[in-house]
Design a protein around this ligand. Sequence first.
Ligand code: FES
Length: 181
Amino acid sequence: MDTKNAGSHSDRRGFFKKALTMVITGVLAVVPLSAGLLVLLDPWRRRATAGGAVKVTSLAALPDDGVPRKFPVLANRTDAWNKYTNVPVGAVYLRRTGEKVQALNVACPHAGCFVDFSPEKGDFLCPCHNSSFTVDGKVANASSPSPRSLDGLEVEVRPDGGVWVVFQNFQAGRPDRVPLA
Ligand code: FES
């Protein structure tokens, strides 16, 4: 056998062995690293949300005059790594007529500024680009840039008189309501 050829075969075998060893070592190193990253990043896979109904006020504290009043919404919130209790997640206008309560998200559907209610004019006005809304949340005039009415929210008056709202924010700038996480 040609000794030069035998040497070259042996070199190639050595090279492939080394390459295979490096690949296996790399895979073994990456698998636990990926598993560790998944555990570390796991909180990102959980949704941060106020979630469910939150108590906003009581019926007794809400005058029966059909005038909207603004309330902060506090809820528990979970972000990537922490859980917070009773933090502000938004605000609502509540409007009581008899035993009926209407809830509107204060965020303007145009770009998310908070609207103000004017008791003198009897409507909502957005300070950012002048969208206006009727007392029950509908777009008040055709020149308003808001693409939809104020976002109504599910509201429930519980037997103990607590007023609970299913709080939700929605994407601004579009005519349909797309919930934000
Ligand atoms: S954000 Fe309200 S009109 Fe633009």
